[in-house]
Design a binder for this molecule. Structure first.
Ligand SMILES: Cc1cc2nc3c(=O)[nH]c(=O)nc-3n(C[C@H](O)[C@H](O)[C@H](O)COP(=O)(O)OP(=O)(O)OC[C@H]3O[C@@H](n4cnc5c(N)ncnc54)[C@H](O)[C@@H]3O)c2cc1C
Length: 372
């Protein structure tokens, strides 16, 4: 045990071996804490293993931009370690109708520029010249963020699990965790602090421990298909779907259902309507492409009332890290780091303080990539 942790949590229980829990576990263990991770399934058995693996910094607000910057910096530092590889892929987002969404893209670019992000507006002709596979004749507003990439999300989780173990953390898989308080405990084991990073189950795990948090799980879908040629990662904000280059050729997604899902009883396969809508949109946007779908699946994300995460201490040494609105993987190196620092006595990210909500707020689920 590291003596430099005087006054800070020395023993930490982490519920959830997704990207966030594992990043926090690694950082905590590297700082000298005694870390045990409790995972009901396998490493990356939750949303992390079902995510699209898109990393970008298309966040306009100051706090979000700093988090994204730090996350990409750390992802790049992990590149090439173990099986984890990062592939640069600029992120293009556009609308095909004038109006509020076009205005929102312009504002996003302003905010990102103010925050030092490498981004610029681009017109349809420039877009076509740069990415010939994309049909751009109907694009009315577009931007490209250069500091974006794609990765295999399970490879990241595996790497962080290995690194955490290397720092002495114990990762127990196949263990359903139950949290209690005074002192913080997981399955009866007492810790100085417990971090609940249980993805779509976070609200239930905390409710059993007596905490009410404003989180709603919702189902989203993705598919993989053969290659349409050289494409950037792109998001059509008018139609509401995205695509990225992928080892099979292409990964496309969205299919968001803006209703609360049951994380224990959702359909893990992609719906027929999602596959047919998405392949039709891809064929329209990528002329000459007739997608041959390899696999379609669903996973569960979590929404909050203000679309910002719940990251910080609830009370009495119980911490939460959840509510990523579909953007939890790409920010995990920074959010996991921030919560680890807070557990060890730092200030964390005050804007994401989970106690800003009482837990009984009424709110609608909004798709995380939505431009508005
Ligand atoms: C189809 C799809 C595409 C996505 N694409 C992207 C993307 O491109 N970029 C991006 O940034 N994000 C994306 N996301 C969102 C991303 O997957 C999540 O935000 C992120 O993985 C959340 O990580 P996490 O560690 O918080 O949660 P999770 O990965 O869900 O990990 C939580 C873990 O807790 C475990 N657990 C739950 N309850 C218990 C319990 N009682 N005891 C023990 N363990 C428990 C679960 O089994 C799980 O392994 C996508 C999501 C989906 C579904």
């Amino acid at each position: 045990m590291d003596d430099s942790l005087d006054g800070a949590a020395r023993s930490v229980g982490v519920v959830g071996a997704g990207a966030v829990g594992l990043t926090a576990a690694y950082d905590l263990a590297a700082a000298g804490a005694d870390v045990t991770v409790y995972e009901r399934d396998t490493v990356a058995g939750g949303a992390t293993g079902r995510a699209a693996g898109i990393l970008y910094d298309a966040f306009a607000e100051d706090v979000d931009a700093r988090v994204a910057d730090r996350a990409i910096e750390r992802f790049r530092a992990f590149d090439g370690r173990g099986e984890f590889e990062l592939r640069d892929a600029p992120y293009v987002w556009f609308v095909t109708e004038p109006g509020a969404k076009a205005d929102a893209i312009r504002k996003q670019v302003e905010g990102m520029t103010r925050n030092g992000r490498r981004v610029e507006r681009i017109d349809g002709d420039e877009l076509a010249a740069r990415f010939p596979a994309l049909r751009t004749d109907d694009v009315v507003e577009a931007a490209v963020a250069e500091d974006a990439a794609v990765v295999d999300t399970s490879a990241y989780a595996d790497l962080l699990a290995d690194l955490a173990r290397g720092e002495g953390a114990e990762i127990r898989t196949g263990v359903e965790a139950s949290v209690s308080t005074d002192p913080p405990r997981v399955n009866g084991d007492a810790h100085d602090a417990v971090l609940v990073a249980a993805g779509a189950h976070t609200e239930r795990v905390l409710a059993d421990a007596g905490f009410s948090v404003s989180l709603k799980p919702y189902r989203v879908q993705a598919l993989t298909a053969d290659s349409p040629g050289d494409v950037p990662t792109f998001y059509d904000a008018t139609e509401g779907y995205y695509a990225r280059p992928h080892p099979t050729g292409l990964l496309a997604g969205d299919g968001t259902e803006e209703v609360e899902a049951d994380p224990d009883a959702y359909d893990r396969d992609g719906d027929d309507w999602f596959v047919s809508d998405t392949t039709a949109r891809l064929a329209d946007r990528l002329p000459g492409y007739d997608p041959d779908v390899e696999r379609a699946w669903a996973g569960v994300c979590t929404a909050t009332p203000d679309r910002d995460p719940l990251l910080g201490e609830l009370d009495g040494g119980i911490y939460v890290a959840a509510g990523w609105q579909g953007h939890g993987f790409m920010r995990s190196p920074a959010t996991g780091e921030a919560i680890a620092e807070q557990i060890l006595g730092g200030e964390g990210i005050p804007a994401f303080d989970p106690t800003r909500f009482t837990g009984d707020e009424e709110f609608a689920i909004v798709e995380g990539m939505a431009v508005e």
